[in-house]
Design a protein around this ligand. Structure first.
Ligand code: SAH
Length: 239
């Protein structure tokens, strides 16, 4: 039987491979989920696919799982990045969680002119990404990069990656996502939107495509999910 509990581990997986647990993982499995010796747990590490494992040792501060057989091949989401300006904590957490569920390769928080915060808890956001992957059956966890100024990101951008620039001033206009295949990124602004300078700069980049997300102004978290949906349907792995 396939295990319902899925755990991301930073350890190689293979036949009969023992996998030691961290203190947090042991607490989660044995303290919170009440899993005991002999129970099944599914493991993935972002590289070796998903494996069915059983609990061989269970303790308060650690434990060991042993892999049995593979249950899912390793798969990667499409080469799509999400660039977004961090907003309030709970909504930022939501964006990271939804991005993982929708399927992205990398999550890049960017600081724009009107971004509310100049700091993020990168480790917390990364932990949210891990949890979302565990929950949604993914075998890959996208990296949550450090908060970087949009200026800097655009300066060092590899121009072979297109940018779907979600521009709120286009609300109600007909600008759609162009059907160009290749690596992409979606760019979502903060609650205050993009500054005129930022907008001007983005409109002048050949690799950036300004798009509209319909006639209404969406909140940044809604906009992120909407843009990811659009992209996945047109160019991604929903086909
Ligand atoms: N305060 C701004 C709105 C910002 S909405 C204003 O009132 O104009 C937050 C972000 O969501 C925007 O920067 C944009 O990236 C995206 N967004 C929201 N609605 C959009 C729409 N209809 N079309 C394109 N992008 C949109």
């Amino acid at each position: 039987m396939s295990a319902k509990i899925r755990l991301f581990v930073d350890h190689p997986l293979g036949v009969a491979q023992p996998v030691p647990l961290t203190r947090e993982q042991a607490h989660y499995l044995f303290g919170v989920m009440r899993v005991s010796v002999g129970s099944n747990v599914a493991l993935f590490n972002g590289a070796d696919g998903e494996w069915q494992a059983h609990v061989a040792e269970a303790g308060k501060r650690g434990g060991v799982l042993v892999c049995e057989q593979p249950s899912k091949p390793q798969s990667l989401p499409p080469d799509l990045w999400l660039l977004f300006a961090p907003i309030k904590k709970a909504r930022t957490d939501f964006i990271v969680e939804k991005a993982v569920e929708m399927g992205v390769r990398r999550i890049l928080p960017v600081q724009t002119a009107f971004t509310n915060s100049d700091r993020i808890r990168q480790d917390r956001l990364q932990a949210h990404a891990v949890e979302a992957a565990e929950q949604c059956g993914a075998t890959f966890v996208p990296e949550v990069a450090a908060l970087t100024k949009l200026d800097q990101v655009l300066k060092t951008w590899d121009t072979s990656r297109y940018i779907a620039f979600c521009d709120e001033t286009l609300a109600g206009d007909a600008e759609r996502l162009p059907s160009k295949s290749g690596p992409w990124a979606i760019l979502i602004g903060p609650e205050g939107g993009f500054s005129p300078d930022e907008r001007d700069r983005l409109h002048h980049l050949d690799h950036a495509h300004p798009i509209s997300l319909g006639p209404r102004i969406l909140r940044a978290d809604t906009a992120a999910v909407a843009a990811l949906t659009l992209w996945q349907m047109a160019l991604g792995d929903w086909a």
